[in-house]
Design a protein around this ligand. Structure first.
Ligand code: G
Ligand code: G
Ligand code: MN
Ligand code: NA
Length: 250
């Protein structure tokens, strides 16, 4: 409750920041984009994690305003990046089904000048728990704008496979928990291989999250994963550091 009031004030005062974490292509050995991750520097509590404030923003409905801010800010910054570098923005379940998301995306692209093809929206499986028909309709309308749609945290929900059949995601983000388990025997490896095989058949890209070691990267490469994200490449960095991360690869 206290947090909700703080959150309301922070939105009004523009206290949030975006950090960016590289999305790295294994075959091209290059950063191809960045995921925007919200940060809340709080006067009393220090840096409040999105895992704390996003659920509160979801419950209170503030996520719609907060999410629109993140979308605009991410597109505004990405429009300054080289034109082969994309940006990925997380869209929470409640934000997805709120009226006007497609309109907001359209306006944001027009106002920032970011080409639609350079924007990717990350959706978690839990969006399908509500109204599947409505969710699919919204996802189709977003994809029709030319933006890409990624399925985030893949494998943590349930009956994930049916979602893959119902919607042509551009990318599947394999959850950190599978990557973490790669060192602990063959089963995680078999699961990753199954996911990349399936994704190939469905013409979807795969990205493994939370990659921290070269060994995990080597395993993911040999199992056919397209992209990685994680501390091995870089932690999330403030927007002003994006150019420096890109400069080293040119
Ligand atoms: O950096 P990490 O602690 O950054 O992020 C934790 C969680 O918060 C992740 O699950 C991430 O998807 C979520 N998150 C970060 N930024 C945003 C955002 O702008 N919108 C939504 N909906 N979720 C976000
Ligand atoms: O959107 P999503 O739920 O996937 O957010 C990714 C989360 O994972 C963020 O909190 C981000 O800071 C975190 N993260 C990114 N890379 C790594 C990593 O290599 N290791 C760990 N432990 N966490 C990571
Ligand atoms: Mn994400
Ligand atoms: Na994720």
């Amino acid at each position: 409750r206290r947090m909700e009031i703080d959150l309301r004030h922070a939105i009004r005062d523009g206290d949030f920041e975006l950090y960016f974490q590289p999305l790295f292509s294994i075959s091209q050995n290059r950063v191809k984009g960045f995921e925007a991750l919200m940060r809340w520097p709080h006067k009393e509590h220090g840096m409040v994690s999105p895992t704390v404030f996003i659920p509160i923003a979801e419950e209170s409905g503030l996520i719609v305003q907060l999410g629109e801010w993140a979308l605009r800010e991410a597109c505004r910054q990405a429009a300054q990046w080289p034109d082969d570098i994309s940006v990925a923005v997380n869209i929470s379940p409640r934000q997805l089904v709120a009226d006007g998301l497609a309109t907001c995306v359209t306006q944001t692209l027009a106002q920032t000048g970011l080409p639609a093809a350079r924007l990717e929206l990350e959706i978690t499986e839990s969006v399908f728990i509500g109204n599947v028909e409505k969710t699919l309709k919204i996802l189709h309308s977003l994809q029709a704008l030319g933006v890409r749609v990624a399925l985030d945290d893949f494998g943590t929900g349930y009956s994930s496979l049916s979602y893959l059949r119902s919607f042509p995601f551009n990318k599947i983000k394999i959850d950190q928990s599978f990557v973490r388990a790669l060192g602990e025997g063959d089963s995680a490896r078999a699961i990753v291989r199954a996911i990349t095989t399936l994704a190939d058949a469905l013409d979807m890209e795969t990205l493994a999250e939370g990659v921290e070691t070269q060994e995990w990267l080597d395993t993911l490469r040999s199992e056919g994963c397209d992209m990685i994200q994680g501390y091995l490449i870089s932690r999330p960095v403030p927007g002003r550091d994006v150019a420096r991360l890109l400069a080293v690869q040119n």
